[in-house]
Ligand binder design. Structure first.
Ligand code: ADP
Length: 695
């Protein structure tokens, strides 16, 4: 609303309110009983800008005093009346801006919905009306005269009218100008945080309430000789306060109280029939104040209750969401988690924990005790864990157990599984007694691989060390001979030949190690390929060797395989076939094939020294060698072959050669065009020296 229009509206309202108030003056009461001017002044101050209030206040005082004079007051009475109104509004607004800055009318946008704001409001209206009434009374020269009753009546009237109008205005204001850009009168001004209590009842209830209110007030106020039925007034006022939204409830209370005052003015009803009319008038004002006050208190308490319920619902929904998320995470974890109380009651247990092992084993007491009996925990050195050593018990005693290996043995796994366990105490609270969280995972395979790796590293170190010793030994001897100056060319050549031989052995070993890594780690890229062609390439290089081996390959063998790995496979097998032959024997090698379902069975035969039956399975293990005298090697070649074949979903074995001569290596690979079978039997990706049943 433009400022000028607003001023005109307030000037008119002030004049009308003063006039209405003055016309409610009765000599028997000594004061006007209806005093809307208090409310108009309050509204004027609440909707104005603090900086322009001094001017507004002057205008308010001028208009109200003029209206009083026109209505018939003496100039003194008019001046005091105007001063009272201005003082009252100024004091009220100062208290509100200072102590309830977030409320609509004091710089904020919030409706009157909180008990804290209500307290400030009550203090503001009480202080404002008390001081203003006191000043007026003093100004009119009534103090120290004995007419204190008049002063009390003025105070009651001012207070109740400020309460009534303020209650309605502070509910209505935020609806009319909810969050509009009002001049911030206080730096703490913020948007409302307490949600509105909206009226969701039916029209029928509103009509019923109106009828009951009318009936009760008619019974109490329209009879000349009233029955003592005042207690009935509680019914509609309580009904309205409990069921209506704060604005409607405030309007109901203000209207009911005003009706009581109007009836008292007109001489009917319970208050008009009192012997002392001024006491009756004061009681009518008190009724208005109490009705409004009761409504405000109930509205605020219920609003706060509703807001608390809403907050609780929101946080409950958030907690449930978080709990569901946490539960899902817990259930999908690979680690087993158990949270249990001191008495063994399990509070949380996830699926991984259930699947991996009986979680009760970790607790060993409580309802799962029977199941726990079947299984037992051991230290890695094989000694049994006693109760006090259980990670769960130790955590309960306040200890942090960090990644300790234990061996769990039970019926289906007598050799035991290695379990890595951690445990820590759960902070104790008043309502949750001592508990501990235990998490564990099966590390059997990891530990096996770690062991295999250590053994592998040991063998590698040993096998590299031997030729190195040879190299450094002969190099030292050579140096000694040179320092003495008596080394012949022949001796020198013999010594360097040994050094070269050892270096060549090391190179071969390193090449085999690299081949081993390729066979194990190279990503498989299978393709349809002519295996005969690959084998021919391999054979061509071998045929040029010193023994001029005779190598015969069946043409047209088609397989689906990784060409790099297959070349490595054939190279190792053909290499062994031409190497492990008796002295002075010309190696003879044949490669033939026959279909076997989706696979192709290949047979590589030689006329070599053969492999004893007892070693035919073990030769595929890492570093296992049968014939070492006179035959160089590392013991990795056949392990590489096994890995390549297994990675293609095939199998490999060695048989005695035809007519008991030599050996025949039999292995399968997918035939061309067929899908690669799923990774066949447990392909042990990690290095290992222990027997692999899949080989
Ligand atoms: P190496 O590096 O010793 O050749 P391999 O893993 O290739 O290692 O072979 C393991 C052992 O199997 C060899 O030491 C050898 O005794 C035996 N062997 C492999 N192939 C043949 C074969 N064709 N004829 C006879 N013995 C063989």
């Amino acid at each position: 609303m433009p400022e000028a229009l607003r001023l005109v509206a307030f000037v008119c309202a002030t004049w009308i309110a003063t006039d209405v108030g003055y016309s409610s003056f009765r000599p028997e009461f000594g004061v006007s009983l209806i005093w809307p001017l208090s409310g108009v002044a309050l509204l004027w101050a609440a909707t104005g800008d603090r900086r322009t209030w001094p001017l507004d206040a002057v205008l308010l005082g001028a208009v109200s005093s003029a209206a009083l004079v026109v209505a018939g007051s003496t100039s003194g009475q008019a001046a005091m009346g105007a001063l009272q109104v201005v003082l009252q509004a100024t004091l009220y607004q100062s208290v509100m801006v200072r102590w309830a800055p977030r409320l609509w009318g004091s710089g904020g946008t919030r409706p009157l919905r909180r008990t804290a704001d209500l307290c400030v409001f009550l203090v503001a209206v009480t202080v404002a009306s008390a001081v203003a009434s006191g000043v007026r009374t003093a100004g009119l020269g009534l103090v120290p005269t004995s007419d204190l009753q008049d002063a009390a009546l003025v105070l009651a009237r001012n207070l109740s009218w400020m309460l009534a109008v303020g209650a309605v205005v502070l509910q209505l204001g935020p609806r009319l100008a909810p969050a509009g850009p009002r001049p911030a009168l206080h730096p703490e001004a913020r948007p409302p945080t307490t949600a509105d209590r909206a009226w969701r009842g039916s029209l029928v209830e509103l009509v019923a309430l109106a009828l009951v209110t009318a009936a009760v007030y008619a019974a109490v106020f329209t009879r000349q000789q009233p029955l003592p039925l005042t207690f009935l007034l509680t019914v509609p006022s309580l009904w309205a306060a409990m069921r209506l939204d704060p604005l409607r409830a405030a309007v109901h209370a203000a209207a009911s109280g005003t009706f009581a005052i109007v009836m008292t003015l007109s001489g009917s009803g319970v208050f008009a029939s009192m012997v002392d009319p001024r006491l009756g008038a004061a009681l009518a004002q008190a009724l208005l104040a109490v009705l409004v006050l009761k409504t405000l208190v109930i509205s605020c308490v219920m609003s706060e209750r509703d807001a608390a319920i809403r907050r609780a619902q929101v946080s409950e929904a958030a907690s449930l969401g978080r709990a569901a998320l946490l539960g899902a995470v817990l259930q999908n974890m690979n680690e087993g988690i158990v949270v249990a109380r001191e008495d063994g009651e399990v509070l949380v247990r996830n699926a991984a924990g259930d699947a991996m092992l009986r979680s009760s084993v970790m607790l060993s007491t409580g309802p799962d005790r029977a199941a726990a009996e079947e299984a037992r925990l051991f230290h890695p050195d094989g000694t049994v864990l006693d109760e006090a050593e259980l990670p769960f018990r130790r955590a309960l005693a306040g200890e942090e157990v960090l990644r300790e290996d234990l061996v769990l043995r039970f019926g289906s796994s007598p050799e035991g599984r290695v379990i890595e366990v951690s445990a820590s105490p759960v902070p104790e609270t008043e309502d949750s007694p001592r508990a501990a969280v235990v998490n564990f995972r099966d590390v059997t395979t990891v530990r096996e691989h770690e062991g295999d790796l250590a053994a592998f590293a040991g063998v590698v170190a040993h096998d590299l060390n031997n030729p190195l010793t040879v190299v450094s030994g002969w190099a030292d001897s050579l140096a000694d001979f040179f320092s003495l100056g008596d080394v012949s060319a022949e001796d020198g050549q013999a010594m360097t030949a040994r050094i070269q031989g050892a270096a060549a052995h090391m190179r071969r070993f390193i090449d085999d190690l690299l081949g081993y890594t390729v066979a194990r780690d190279r990503p498989l890229t299978p393709e349809d390929l002519d295996l005969s062609a690959v084998a021919e390439e391999v054979a061509r290089l071998r045929r040029d060797g010193p023994t001029h081996p005779e190598i015969e390959i069946e043409p047209g063998i088609q397989v689906r395989a990784d060409v790099v790995l297959v070349r490595q496979l054939l190279d190792n097998l053909v290499g062994n076939a031409v190497k492990y032959v008796a002295p002075q024997t010309r190696p003879r090698v044949t490669l033939a094939c026959r279909p076997a379902g989706d696979m192709v069975e290949l047979r590589l035969s030689d006329n070599g020294i053969g492999i004893p039956e007892s070693m035919r399975q073990r030769v595929f293990e890492t570093f296992v060698r049968v014939q070492t005298d006179g035959y160089g090697g590392t013991g990795l070649g056949l392990d590489i072959c096994r890995r390549v074949v297994v990675r293609h979903g095939g199998e490999i074995r060695v048989e005695e050669g035809a007519d008991g001569i030599g050996s025949t290596f039999v292995f399968t690979l997918p035939r061309a065009g067929s899908p690669l079978p799923g990774l066949a039997p447990v392909e042990r990706q990690q290095v290992g020296v222990s027997p692999d049943p899949s080989a």
